[in-house]
Design a protein around this ligand. Structure first.
Ligand code: HEM
Length: 138
């Protein structure tokens, strides 16, 4: 179980590296004027999204594996709230994939300010999820 939890944490940290960096690229894409800069940022965003998606999937799979394989140990409201927040995070990740395509097709209409607020969502989720899983308040 400890090996599984260790890999769960490694995958979660790697997933969040992508969830923190990709929206930052969106901020720069929303400010970019020159086509050469837009092309470079589109390439970076596409590569990062394709790289971090399987990592995110494995983070969720190892979490569900921990829950199902050790459901006699891991129970409580914290896990239900955590899993619900993680489902929202998966939605956020998939929406980032949609935004990668919108920028590649030069169809984005949102401002860089909007993306700066969008960039903070994973930070808030990480804050709540880590407190839930370590403190287990309920
Ligand atoms: C559906 C997705 C997920 C499920 C079902 C899940 C489930 C679990 C379970 C059962 C544990 C073991 C808890 C313990 O050892 O006390 C765990 C550990 C952990 N999870 Fe997840 N997890 C999921 C996704 C995530 C995500 C997205 C994050 C990050 C925000 C995360 C962060 C952690 C951390 C930091 C630990 C280690 C806690 C400790 O050692 O005390 N998990 N997870």
């Amino acid at each position: 179980m400890l090996w599984l939890k260790a890999f769960h944490i490694i995958l979660v940290v790697s997933w969040f590296a992508g969830l923190f960096y990709l929206p930052r690229i969106f901020v720069n894409q929303a400010m970019a004027k020159e086509q050469v800069e837009k092309d470079r940022l589109n390439l970076m965003a596409g590569k990062l999204y394709r790289f971090v998606t399987p990592i995110g999937a494995l983070a969720v799979i190892t979490g569900l594996w921990l829950w199902i394989a050790y459901s006699d140990i891991f129970t409580g409201g914290w896990l239900h709230v955590k899993t619900t927040l993680v489902a929202g995070l998966v939605g956020y990740h998939l929406y980032c994939g949609h935004l990668v395509k919108e920028f590649a097709a030069d169809r984005n209409t949102r401002s860089h300010v909007w993306f700066r607020f969008f960039n903070e969502v994973p930070v808030l989720v990480l804050l709540v999820v880590v407190i839930l899983v370590v403190v287990k308040p309920f």
